[in-house]
Structures are given as C-alpha cells and as structure tokens.
Design a protein around this ligand. Sequence first.
Ligand SMILES: Cc1cc2nc3c(=O)[nH]c(=O)nc-3n(C[C@H](O)[C@H](O)[C@H](O)COP(=O)(O)OP(=O)(O)OC[C@H]3O[C@@H](n4cnc5c(N)ncnc54)[C@H](O)[C@@H]3O)c2cc1C
Length: 451
Amino acid sequence: MFITDSPTRLGRVVRPGDADWDAARGTFNLLHDQQPAAIAFPADVREVAAVIADAAERGLRVAPQATGHNAGPLGSLEGTLILNTSALTGVSIDAAARRVRVGAATRWEEVTPQLSDLGLAALHGSSPDVGIVGYSLGGGIGWLARQHGMQTNAVTAIELVTADGRLVRADAEHDPELFWALRGGGGNFGVVTAIEFAVPEVRELYAGAMFFPLEQTADVVHAWTELLPALPDEITSWANVIHFPPLPEVPEPVRGRSFAIVMAAFLGSEAAGRALLRPLRRLGPVLDTFAPRPPVALSELAMDPRDPLPYRTTHALVDDLPAAALEELAQLAGPGSALVLLQLRHMGGALSRRPADAGARATLPGRICVFGLGVVPDAGAEPSVMEQLDAVSAAVAAHRAGDYPNFVEEPADASGFFDADTWERLRRVKALHDPQDLFRGNHHVPPATRA
Ligand SMILES: Cc1cc2nc3c(=O)[nH]c(=O)nc-3n(C[C@H](O)[C@H](O)[C@H](O)COP(=O)(O)OP(=O)(O)OC[C@H]3O[C@@H](n4cnc5c(N)ncnc54)[C@H](O)[C@@H]3O)c2cc1C
C-alpha cells in the first residue's frame, strides 16, 4: 500500500518506520495520533499532481494538510495519504492593489509584519502560526471580523490540483462553482497550492487587553455582554478567562496566574476606543495594555500557545447569554477549573451579512462564540476536562445557533454545518470534480449520488 516510486518524481515521502516518521505525522494537538499510510511533501505543482496520481493508483485517499492545527476531524487515516503542503512556500504582496498571494505552506506570521509596515492588515485569527489556506477554506474569524467579515470572503482566487491531475485557477470568472465550493467546503475538492486574497487598509487601530483578577470574572463577563449591543462593527472584542501555566515561556507577569481578560481591536482613534470601553475600565483592571498600535500587534494579542500541546475543546455559536448562563460559565472557569481557556467572542456585524459574491460559508450565525479549552497532560486528567467542557456546552445549549466548522475538532457530520441547499450544492460540485471521493477534507463532503 505504500508509495515506492522514485523520490525525484513524487518529492519527499515519509513512511511508517522511517526515522522522521514521528516528526512528520505530528499535529498541533498532541492527543491526535495520526497514522496515515504515508506522508508526502511535494515541493511544486508537478509533484503535487504526481503524488495525487500515485495515491489514486494505489487505492489510497488523499488528505491535504498544512500545519495540522485541525487534524482531529479526520479521524482514522487508514488507507489515506497525507499530502503535507509545507514545501509549497512563497509570499507576494501587491500593496497598491491590496492583494496577497501565498503558497499553501504559508502561516499568518509570514505575512502580517510586512502587511503592517504597508498599513495593511490580514483577517487572521488568534494564532500567528495557523495556516492561511486551512483557515481561509473553513471561514476564518479574527480581530477585524465584525468590520471586515470572514477571511474566506476576502479570498479572490484559489489554485489547486484536482483529482484528474489538472492545475485549476478558480476565481469569480474561472470555475466559479468550484471557487464557491472551496470557500467553506474546505479540502474536499483538491490540493490547494496557492491562494490569493484582499487585505484592508488600516489607518487607525486601538487595541490591547485589560486584565482583571479572577475573582472579578462574573462582573467582567456581565459588563462585557451588557456593552455588546452598543458596540459598532469597528470594534471586535473577546472576553476570556485564562489560567496561564507556570511555564518559563509564559511572560513573568502572568506566569502561573489566572485572569479575566477583555481583549479588543478597534478600527478608530484612541479617544473613541477609550470611550467605548469605559464601562469595562471602570471595573479597575490590574493591567491595561490598550494603546494605538500597528496591525501586526494583533498577531499576538490573544496570547495563544505556539507549541503543540494535548487538549480538548468545545464551542458553540449562541444567540444570547442570559445572566444565569454567564454565572455558570464564570463559575466553570473560576478557581480550580480544569479549563485553561474560556473565551467569548463577539460575533455579528459583517459576520452575519452575506456578501454578494460569497462562497459556501457566507455567514456565521450567533451573537457570541463560546469556546472552551482544557489541557490534558495525561489520561488521568481527561475525565475532569471533558466533564467541564460538557458543562460549558450544557450551560449554553438552550441558546445555541450553530457551529463554526474550523472550531469543530472531532469527526462530525458536516451536513449540519450548512443549510440543505448549500449542502446539496457542495455535494454536486464534489461529484463533478472528485466523483471517486479521493480527497479527504477534515470535514467530509461526500459526492452527490445520481438519482
Ligand atoms: C491555536 C489555534 C488558534 C486558532 N484560532 C483561530 C481563530 O482565531 N479564528 C479562526 O477562524 N480559526 C482559528 N483556529 C482554527 C483554524 O482556523 C483551523 O484549525 C484551520 O483549519 C487551521 O488550518 P491549518 O491549515 O493551519 O490546519 P490543518 O490541520 O493543516 O488543515 C486543516 C484542514 O484544512 C484543509 N487544508 C489545509 N491546507 C489545504 C490545502 N493546501 N489544500 C486543501 N485543503 C487544505 C484540509 O481539509 C485540512 O484538513 C485556531 C486553531 C488553533 C489550533
């Protein structure tokens, strides 16, 4: 079953038993023990096509993967080859046109500093080392989301190698149906080799975080949710509880400590931003990092971990978080919690408006995204982490409006992520471009079957 062709044709291929097998099959979540048939690292489009053809010949399916930040939904990889895109590098920025083109290997941190120097911002999320392609194909909600929407709606062209070995450039004029499907339907249609997207100009940005003592969590989340209806789309804010681990890589002031933290990015002046956040500042943060900043500051604003770690998560997009649910969440994340992070992201604004030229993932429902994460250092820790994650889900279940597929980290029935018409349309595009179901996106879209 393993690929044995000459490495010059397929590029680097790592197989079980090779010295670099464990390094090659690692993912960001150390709980996922990927055991594919082989892992290929093609270095150019020809090698991508050769790997796809070779896998098909051998009866293997192909799972495109970049950084492994969301490998969990793939489940068992038996009979599957991972096509790792990390050798497909390249970044070019057209500042005048405010357009970016990147190879499939590219992570956000490889474009945000340059863009920032040009007065431009990318629609990246909390983590600078997430891959641009996976993030963009699944949606992409970040610091400018309420004003500029999901990253997937900023995508202007996608180049990919399809099941028949063709290199296709999909955009609004060429293969528009495939272009539509890729933007939300993810890695089910081929191996993306490059992606192009628009980036907004940022004239003013006031951003930072207010840290409050953990004991104030309930007050902070109540004040934050009360503030949301008054906030314009120019401000995207997240309320968090973070229990920082006592590790040397965590900055000294927060190392081993716990806080309720409100973070925000406001596309406007310091004076206007201060006025918007006044009700929160009145609660007396012990540390306040808000200041006028260049866009690159958003890369690290969420203080996400950079190194892989073992963890479980839950999330829900909710329409409302009434006082009782907030109290419960505050308690679940409070002293002694098995969770490292409880995060509430303000949604709405542009996230709920359908752009005329949108793809399959046009909007996201809900006013708030609730996200919980617990670290599982050993099997003994798992029951208490799962119990608390389940309790978070239960606390908000009555208000659930939907899922955000990029935050679904376990195998799931992807039909639930789309309305019936969108799902059937995705399946028809899949049947047209990949009738044999060669490609395994992390959330599976099966080909439509003929009636
Ligand atoms: C620490 C952390 C922080 C995050 N923060 C945010 C956030 O703020 N906002 C947000 O919206 N999301 C966030 N995410 C979720 C993130 O968007 C998803 O995990 C996303 O799928 C990661 O893409 P990747 O390419 O890095 O990961 P991978 O696991 O490599 O890829 C995920 C999937 O994308 C598809 N894919 C990737 N590359 C290709 C390709 N070249 N061709 C075809 N398909 C491909 C495949 O289906 C693959 O299974 C975060 C995730 C983590 C772990």
